[in-house]
Structures are given as C-alpha cells and as structure tokens.
Design a protein around this ligand. Structure first.
Ligand SMILES: Nc1nc2c(c(=O)[nH]1)N[C@H]1C(S)=C(S)[C@@H](COP(=O)(O)OP(=O)(O)OC[C@H]3O[C@@H](n4cnc5c(=O)[nH]c(N)nc54)[C@H](O)[C@@H]3O)O[C@H]1N2
Ligand SMILES: Nc1nc2c(c(=O)[nH]1)N[C@H]1C(S)=C(S)[C@@H](COP(=O)(O)OP(=O)(O)OC[C@H]3O[C@@H](n4cnc5c(=O)[nH]c(N)nc54)[C@H](O)[C@@H]3O)O[C@H]1N2
Ligand code: SF4
Ligand SMILES: [Mo]
Length: 758
C-alpha cells in the first residue's frame, strides 16, 4: 500500500461556525502507522446541510496540521513562553492559583469564556463545572459582545433566556433581516446550513426578502429590497413598524397566540409616540418606506423578522431584540409555520425541561459589578468592565484570570486598556489552541487537542436550528501521545482550583457532574426519568464505558423530547442511535410550542415587560441626540474569517487585504481620503490607522472596519497571521458604552473622527 492510499472516510459536523455543516473527510495512511486527512468536502448525505460547505470547512485539516497550533503546554519564564510537559504545567497552575486564593480569596479569581466554547462539546459541558468550581462571581464571556440582549428579551417575554424563536426559513413567504449578513456569517442564533440557499429558495417560491443594514452587503444585494439605516436606530424602525400595524388595524397576533398574550394594551399605549414620522429623521428611513415594510409584513401569508449582531451590539440591543418579538407577534407570525418558531432541541435544552407552560421567569441583578455597579445578567457581568475590575484596588479586585477559548484582547472593547490590565494580574491561565494576542499574557497556556481529535455535538446551536435535527461526530483522529482531552483539562483545572492538588484525577469532577445531571433529571417530575433511581440510571449509562461529555450527552439525548427515556420509548434516540446515523437524524420541521414553551410566572407571553417598556422612554429621549450624530463606525464579517482566530490559515488569508476601512465616495471626498490611501480613525478611547476602501456599498456618514485583526502584537506565535496583521477595530470601541439592560457592548455605531493618516 502506498502512503497515499485511502484508508477510510469519516463524517463530522463542522464546528467552526453556527451553520453545523456535515463534512465528509477522506483519510489516508501517513506512512508512520497513523492516518492523515486527505480531503474534506461537504457530506451530501447530511440530513441538514445536504453537501453544503463554505471555504472554512475544509481548513480543519490546516488547523490540525498548523505548526503554530500548540501541542504542549506553555509556561512563561522571564517574559518568554516555553513548552513544558503536562506535569510541570499543572504544578505552575496549582502554585499560581493557590497563591492568589490564599492571598486574596476566591473572589479575586475571574473567568472569561470565549465563543468557541459554544462549538466544543467538551467546553460546553465542562465550562459550567469550571465556573462553579472556581467559586467566584467574576464571570465574563463573549455573550456581552454578542447575543446577550437576545437572551434578556426572551427571558422577559417568554420566561426563559433560551426561549428564542428563529425564522422558519424553509416555509416563510417574507423574511425581514436586520443587522445580519448570512452570506458572510452563515447565520447566527438561527442554525441553518446553507443559509444563502435557503434565502434564495424563499425568492424562488415567490416570497420576498428585505435587508436592513447600513451597508449594501451580499445579503442585501441578493434581497428584493435593501433598506439603508443609520446605525444603532433599529429599535426606532421596529417601534414605528409596530405603531403602523396598531394604528392601521393590521395588528392581529392570531387565535393561536391571543389567549396566551398579556400586555397588548400597555404596548399599544407605549408605542403611540413612535410614529413613522418620528422615526424617519433618526433612522434615515423615510416614513412611507416604514409603513410599507409594516404592511407587507402584516399581510404576507407568513413572515418572519430576524435580527443579529447589527441589532444586538448597540446601545438599545435588548429593546431592539424585544421589538423584533413584538413585530413578529403583532403581525401574527409567532409560533406558526413560516413565521418565527421555537425549535424543539433533541438533546434537551432549557425549554424542554421542568414544568411546561410556566416557571420562575427571568430576572437580573443578583449582584452588581464592584466598580461601576452593572447588574449581573445570566450569571455574568459585562466584559466591558473586565479592565476596571482588574485595575481598581479593593476587596474583590480581580487578581487571577482563567480564559477558555477566548481572545478578548482582540474581541472586546478598548483592547489596549485590557491588554495593559492583563499585565497587572498576579496569575493568568488560558485553555487555548494558540499563543495569541490574549494568551501571550498568560503564565500558563493549556492546549486542547485539535477539533479533529474530539467528539462533537452542537449542543448549544442545535437549540436554535430551523429543523429539529441531531448529529453526533466521533473523533476523527486519535489524541497525540500524552495529550489530555479538552474536558480533562477543564476538569483538572477546576479540581486544582478547588485545592485538590496536581495529582487529582479529572474523572472525579466528571463523576460528580454526571451524578448531578442525573439527579436533576430524576427530580424533574416532567422528565421521562422523573422519580427513577439515580444509581440504576448511572449504571445503565456506564454500561457503554463512556465518560466525559459523551456520557452527559447520552443522558441529555435519552431524556430529551425525542429520547428513549431509558426504556420509556424504545424507538427513541440515544447516543448509540446517533452513532448508527453518521449523517444525522432529522426529526422534522419546527412545530408550534406555545404555550408549553413558556416559562413566565403568569404562563403568558409578556408582551410589555416593565424593564423593556421603561427603556422605550430612554429610546424616545435619545432620538434627538441620535439624529444629530456625525460619522459612526460599524463592523463587518467576511466568509473567510472567523472572529479573531483563523487568520493563521494561509488559504483563508491569501489575496488582497480585507481589513480595510470602507468609506462612501461622498465622505471620502469630504474627508480627503483616497482609495488605497491610509486613514486615521479616532474614537473616545483609541486611534488606529487603516487602508481606505472607497465603496458605494456603504451609507454616507458610516465607515466600517472588520473586527478580529491586529496580529502584530509582540509575544504571539501566529506566523501566517502576522504577515496579514490588519488593525484591531476594538482599539476604537468604547468599554463604557453598553446596553444597560444586558451589559452588552456597543460595537456598532461608534462615534469616530476620520482623516488622512499623516
Ligand atoms: N465568516 C464568518 N462567519 C461567522 C463569524 C465570522 O467572524 N466570520 N462569526 C460568527 C459569530 S461569533 C457570529 S455572532 C455571527 C454573526 O453573524 P451576523 O450577525 O450575520 O454578522 P455580520 O456578518 O457581522 O453582520 C452584521 C451586519 O450588521 C450590519 N450593521 C451594523 N450596524 C448596524 C445597525 O445599527 N443596524 C443594522 N440593521 N445593521 C447594522 C453590518 O453592516 C453587518 O452587515 O457570525 C458567525 N459566523
Ligand atoms: N468590534 C467587534 N467586536 C466583536 C464583534 C463584532 O462584530 N465587532 N463580534 C463579537 C462576537 S459576536 C464574538 S462571538 C466575539 C468572539 O470573541 P472571543 O470568543 O473572545 O474571540 P475569538 O476570536 O472567537 O477567539 C477564540 C479563541 O479560542 C481559541 N480556540 C479556538 N477553538 C478552540 C477550542 O476548540 N478550544 C479552545 N480551548 N480554544 C479554542 C482561539 O485560539 C482563540 O484564542 O467577538 C466579538 N467582538
Ligand atoms: S458554513 Fe460554518 S459550519 Fe459550514 S463549513 Fe463553513 S464554517 Fe463550517
Ligand atoms: Mo458571536
């Protein structure tokens, strides 16, 4: 057999973005008794993605083989990172954390959980273990530079922060997209492989697609209508659309919703001032366009409103997310085919556990951040306050930080301040694949295995999928000699932080976690295993010999809405069942879930929750000031990027530089900028220099820089990325600017001044 002979084909869900495409991976012999990846392409038989793949999917091979990807722990000695063995790394971690806990207490520990946590089964399952084990309230994550406003709105309206409706893409007749560009991002908080194809299918069946965005994106180009909006003003646009429906008698939530709805009168009154004429000068969208958008949405046979990053990372992020629900409800489109529907996640999620139809509801503020007093939201604080919590002396000052799959130095606001703050820490440990802009500050970096060396199930993202599907992928390649699995690293770090010493077996934390999971299932009288014997269930789970995330997943699948219920439904699913289905299992289109999905104390949809209603006053009184704003900065994404961390893959970064400042020709003339020249962009907190790209595809008064660049910082080890460094747009985003309801940073609509670079 030659070294290139095909050995086998493996199937795996791509973990790189939220689209969850199925991959077909051909493996050949590596000539040393092992296997290597020959080729990756879309899996045509995948029940959800049907062969779709984007240019990033095939780079799992390059990521696995990247010489810069860490294979050994790194310890910082005299300012330089050196590779060490695992035992030695654990010693340094135990000493470092131990010292800080002894001197300053557990409240001086902090954790930052980054985005790829959502794309790793290990990290999803064990980040909770870590956060509980650290025993600190200083918890931060990428959620507060992302989707937290969506959770807050859903929490208030439906009673659970994960009761999030998604557009029923495959059946809708009318799709209104605000602040999302799925042709670049492949969709977010709406899991839909080949999102572009699903948009085109709406048009092919005679439907209409409208895109609201300050930039003429590829999605807007494909759409039937582009509505160019002034950044940060979507809440006003939506309020005026809702106002139109109410005033013109077009508002009809439908019989299926009506009986379960509270707050219709309150919202009708509260929206009265938000006429299209009021919204027009602020949004830059004329009143007649707003009215037409509202009418078309209300009369379409079915319609759905969908908003993402351009709506959440703004100063009215929560209110905008809420108004999306309001418009979906008033137009009669919530919870019906072709409208905005709630998925039924196969591996039981927050909306399929506990008593159906009502619950404790949602609240925030179980604590406040020490320095600025921002309320806790979903157990965490705004990442925008991380720097001040490190810098400000006093009780509870952060002295040690754990990062898990995060790169906050590039991804969170006022980056230069954060980078300086990280240097003041007594100890920092990062679980990460790379020595990058953030982990260069760490005393220890603990590398997980590559994506291809881990099992996978999209536990989080399948909760937001446009079909009810399930797909498990076993590891494609074995672990390297001596390499712990990602969950073992997290579990061991947790145990060490708890003072259990460096010799602790990660299985201890794992066994505790699975027992806790089973106990909570047994305690839930609505679970198929409610009231059953914990030990008996554990014994049955253990028959497979599984541990770690796979054992937990098996339990969640079996007790989920399609599960075998440990005997209750012999035809139901389980991890064994999914292993028998390497292309996934399809449990069909979304189904109506009101009222059972609700978790509000009233058992109703709370259309007019108090905190959001109150925020309408802030919106109204900000309108004049918003209308007068000068030049503002927004972000953007590119299909070949993935936040900050895939710029070390050559095939993705080759070609002309993509980290450019987009400027409208009118502004370019006014500001003295030329295409290909350099601009200086300055905000309240920072200043960067970027190459200018003059384009008609952006609204006058708006400039755009993508985030996740700026790979020229000393101490990182990203050889390819360093040659395509770009600039970090988050040097400009203001850590003090946030949506007060969710603590989410304002990353779009940042006031800036721009001129030629001197
Ligand atoms: N290729 C690629 N895919 C990705 C990622 C990536 O970095 N690269 N990141 C992943 C992640 S973590 C996420 S959260 C998702 C995000 O997914 P999307 O939300 O689709 O992200 P973007 O492509 O940035 O689209 C946001 C759009 O909002 C517009 N916008 C900015 N300000 C405003 C505003 O005030 N109002 C309106 N209406 N629009 C505005 C921007 O011009 C931009 O076109 O993408 C995921 N997928
Ligand atoms: N200006 C501006 N800023 C933004 C945004 C924007 O639109 N505009 N978008 C925001 C959004 S939506 C998000 S989600 C955040 C992302 O913010 P972060 O999550 O902080 O940053 P990422 O760039 O995703 O970096 C991920 C890190 O995880 C590591 N990593 C990758 N895979 C794994 C893995 O499997 N395990 C482990 N342990 N580590 C891994 C990478 O090496 C990298 O260090 O950025 C936000 N920042
Ligand atoms: S769209 Fe997302 S999930 Fe699909 S191949 Fe590309 S990166 Fe992977
Ligand atoms: Mo994100």
């Amino acid at each position: 057999m030659t070294s290139s002979a095909l050995v086998r084909t493996a199937f795996r869900t791509c973990p790189l973005c939220e689209a969850s495409c199925g991959l077909e991976i051909s493996l050949r012999s590596d000539g040393n008794g092992g296997e290597e990846v020959q080729r990756i392409r879309g899996d045509r038989l995948d029940v959800f993605s049907k062969g779709y793949i984007c240019p990033k999917g095939s780079t799992l091979k390059q990521l696995h083989e990247d010489p810069d990807r860490l294979r050994m722990p790194m310890v910082k000695r005299n300012g330089e990172h050196v590779a060490v063995g695992w035992d030695e790394a654990w010693e340094v971690v135990a000493a470092g954390l131990g010292r800080v806990i002894e001197r300053s207490g557990r409240e001086s520990l902090a954790a930052y959980i980054g985005n790829p946590t959502a794309h790793s089964l290990s990290a999803m399952m064990f980040s909770r273990v870590l956060l509980t084990g650290l025993g600190t309230r200083h918890r931060f994550s990428a959620s507060t530079v992302d989707q937290m406003p969506r959770h807050v709105a859903s929490g208030h309206v439906f009673g659970s922060p994960v009761a999030i409706s998604v557009p029923d893409l495959d059946r809708t007749d009318h799709l209104l997209i605000l602040g999302a560009n799925p042709y670049a991002s492949n969709g977010s908080v709406c899991t839909a492989p080949d999102f572009p194809g699903r948009i085109e299918a709406i048009q092919e069946r005679g439907g209409k697609v409208v895109v609201v965005d300050p930039r003429l994106t590829r999605t807007a180009e494909q759409a039937d209508q582009w509505v160019s909006i002034r950044p940060g003003t979507d809440a006003l646009l939506l309020a005026a659309m809702a106002n139109t429906m109410l005033v013109e008698g077009l508002a009809d939530p439908g019989d299926h919703i009506g009986a379960h709805l509270a707050g219709l009168d309150e919202i009708t009154a509260a929206l009265e001032p938000f006429t299209p004429e009021f919204a027009a000068p602020v949004t830059g969208v004329d009143a007649e366009t707003i009215r037409t958008m509202a009418r078309e949405l209300a009369v379409a046979p079915s319609a759905a409103v969908y908003g993402r990053i351009g709506t959440t990372t703004t100063e009215f992020g929560s209110t905008t997310s809420w108004l999306i629900d309001v418009v979906n409800i008033l137009s009669g489109n919530l919870d019906r085919p072709g409208g905005a529907m709630f998925p039924t996640p196969v591996a039981g999620g927050g909306t399929t556990r506990g008593k159906p139809g009502s619950g404790r509801g949602f609240s925030v503020g179980r604590g406040h951040s020490r320095v600025s007093g921002h309320p806790e939201v979903m157990g965490e604080y705004p990442v925008g306050v991380l720097s001040e919590e490190i810098e400000t002396p006093g009780d509870g000052q952060i002295r040690a930080l754990v990062t898990l799959a995060g790169n906050p130095v590039l991804s969170t606001p006022n980056s230069e301040r954060l980078a300086a703050a990280l240097d003041q820490l007594d100890f920092m440990v990062s679980i990460d694949l790379y020595l990058n802009e953030t982990t260069r500050h760490a005393d220890v970096i603990l590398p997980p295995p590559s994506q291809l060396q881990r099992g996978h199930y999209d536990l989080l993202l399948l909760q937001f999928a446009v079909r009810n599907v399930a797909n498990y992928s076993p590891p494609v390649l074995p672990l390297d000699e001596g390499q712990p699995d990602e969950w073992e690293i997290i579990a061991k770090l947790t145990a060490i932080a708890q003072g259990l010493g460096v010799d602790v077996d990660p299985s201890v934390a794992d066994d505790m976690a699975i027992a806790g999971l089973v106990r909570s299932g047994v305690k839930d009288e609505y679970s198929p295993v409610g009231g059953r014997d914990v030990d008996e269930l554990l014994a049955e789970l253990n028959e497979s010999g599984r541990r770690g995330p796979e054992r937990m997943l098996d339990f969640m699948l079996r007790t989920g809405p399609f599960g075998d219920g440990f005997g209750a439904d012999p035809d139901g699913t389980s991890l064994d069942d999914l292993i028998q289905h390497p292309h996934g299992r399809d449990f069909g289109p979304l189904v109506a879930r009101i009222p059972e999905v609700l978790r509000t104390p009233s058992g109703r949809i709370e259309l007019a929750p108090e905190p959001l209603l109150a925020d309408l006053d802030r919106l109204r009184s900000s309108a004049d000031e918003m209308a007068e704003r000068g030049l503002v900065l927004v972000g953007r994404r590119h299909l070949r990027s993935n936040n900050s961390w895939m710029h070390n893959v050559k095939v993705l970064v080759k070609g002309k530089p993509r980290c450019t400042l987009q400027v409208h020709p009118d502004d370019a003339a006014l500001l003295g900028l030329v295409d290909g020249g350099a601009a200086r962009v300055t905000s309240r907190v920072g200043s960067v220099q970027a190459p200018v790209e003059v384009t008609e595809g952006i609204r006058p008064g708006v400039v755009s820089l993508p985030h996740g660049w700026g790979h020229d910082l000393p101490g990182a080890q990203l050889r390819v990325a360093a040659e395509h460094a770009g600039v970090n747009s988050n040097v400009l985003s203001d850590d003090a600017a946030l949506d007060p309801l969710s603590g989410t940073s304002v990353l779009n609509g940042i006031p800036v001044t721009v001129g030629p670079a001197s």
